[in-house]
Design a protein around this ligand. Structure first.
Ligand SMILES: Cc1cc2nc3c(=O)[nH]c(=O)nc-3n(C[C@H](O)[C@H](O)[C@H](O)COP(=O)(O)OP(=O)(O)OC[C@H]3O[C@@H](n4cnc5c(N)ncnc54)[C@H](O)[C@@H]3O)c2cc1C
Length: 335
């Protein structure tokens, strides 16, 4: 008999399974996909690794978390850098002093940088909304430029709504940097698994106390009655942990929660590299939001050929089994 049933084998489910199994608890992991690893899962195309559910970069400020994951696979130092195509130029995102120098003529760039330094500390990360509402005319004008070129159309594509409907916390995820720090994440620890995420998940779930069942939708085998849990028709008195979408757990009895989904279009190209960086954002004209080139993430530069991914945001439909709830829509009503 199992002590713990965990629904989902992504980061949450796999780590919890490992933790419980380590205390001699018998754990059953139920996974509805045909593989473990949740959104961190990787596949290969012509022997080049790619992330099946979009690019995943490991970053944390917690030494404890870093030390923990290092027990299960080997990692290499990787700081994620993103470029954005703006007015035909590839410039660093988060927008920083280098981006200013690439998009403005020399004197204008100097003026904006000086103004920013008069108002903000060196290397500080400032919300685009603060810049846009600045009392200083020069900063305000600069803020409006960045807002339009980097945020406005990208947000409309990503969330299919006007930017005024998007939660401020979502807009502030990408600040403007008063300096040259062009890292996409500012966490202390940033790294990638040397042999891919699959090995991490396999090792997390390798304890003899863990049984994994793939191709099992927990909703079909778990039920609740009079405050009791039933697994395959028998009462289960252990711990049940569910890491899937909470509205699905209740069979949408209280209505579906809103998410955005993605159409992920992968392509293998028989050339060494396609672009100059791992991720190139397309905030404006194109229908897709970004192109990822996975060779930069997997350190497979020695291999011939390359795999790229174009991401097209789309509506999520909870009635369609193949539709994936990638991004929760944050706003006051939904949180
Ligand atoms: C495009 C994209 C890029 C991202 N990039 C990053 C990044 O660079 N860095 C980062 O830290 N985070 C990133 N994230 C966020 C990251 O994917 C999540 O934080 C992470 O996957 C959460 O792990 P999880 O275990 O909670 O969920 P998931 O990885 O989604 O795993 C949940 C698992 O539960 C299974 N499941 C659900 N319901 C059931 C059911 N009823 N029965 C059985 N199984 C079920 C699912 O099939 C899935 O395998 C990104 C997200 C997206 C969408």
């Amino acid at each position: 008999m199992q002590d713990v049933i965990i629904v989902g084998s992504g980061f949450a489910g796999s780590v919890l399974a490992e933790r419980f199994s380590n205390t001699e608890k018998k754990v059953l992991v139920l996974e509805k996909r045909n593989h473990i690893g949740g959104n961190g899962y990787e596949e290969t195309l012509h022997d080049i690794r790619y992330h099946k559910y979009g690019p995943h970069i490991f970053h944390t400020n917690s030494k404890r978390v870093k030390d923990y994951v290092e027990q299960f696979t080997s990692w290499y130092f990787y700081e994620h850098r993103v470029l954005g195509k703006i007015d035909g130029e590839c410039v660093p995102i988060p927008f920083n002093f280098k981006s200013i120098e690439l998009l403005f003529y020399k004197e204008k760039a100097k003026l904006i940088q000086t103004k920013l330094l008069e108002h903000y500390e060196w290397n500080s990360k400032v919300s685009i909304l603060d810049l846009k509402n600045s009392e200083d005319e020069e900063i305000r004008e600069f803020g409006e430029y960045v807002f339009e070129k980097v945020f406005l159309h990208y947000t409309a594509k990503q969330w299919n709504t006007d930017i005024s409907n998007v939660d401020i916390s979502v807009i502030n995820r990408v600040p403007v940097v008063v300096g040259y720090d062009d890292r996409y994440f500012s966490d202390t620890y940033q790294m990638m698994p040397r042999y891919g995420y699959n090995e991490l998940f396999e090792h997390l779930l390798s304890n003899k106390n863990i049984t994994v069942k793939t191709n099992v939708n927990a909703i079909d085998v778990i039920s609740f009655q009079n405050g009791k849990i039933f697994y395959e028709g028998k009462e289960f008195t252990g711990i049940l942990i569910y890491t899937g979408a909470v509205d699905e757990l209740f069979s949408y009895e209280f209505g579906p929660l809103p998410y955005r989904s993605l159409d992920l279009k992968f392509e293998y190209l028989p050339q060494n590299y396609y672009q100059a960086c791992s991720v190139l954002n397309y905030p404006n004209e194109e229908d897709f939001t970004r192109i990822t080139e996975f060779k930069y993430l997997s350190q497979e530069s020695f291999k011939t050929g390359t795999v790229i991914l174009k991401e097209y945001p789309k509506t999520y439909d909870y009635r369609n089994e193949s539709s994936i709830p990638y991004y929760a829509i944050f706003n006051e009503k939904n949180c």
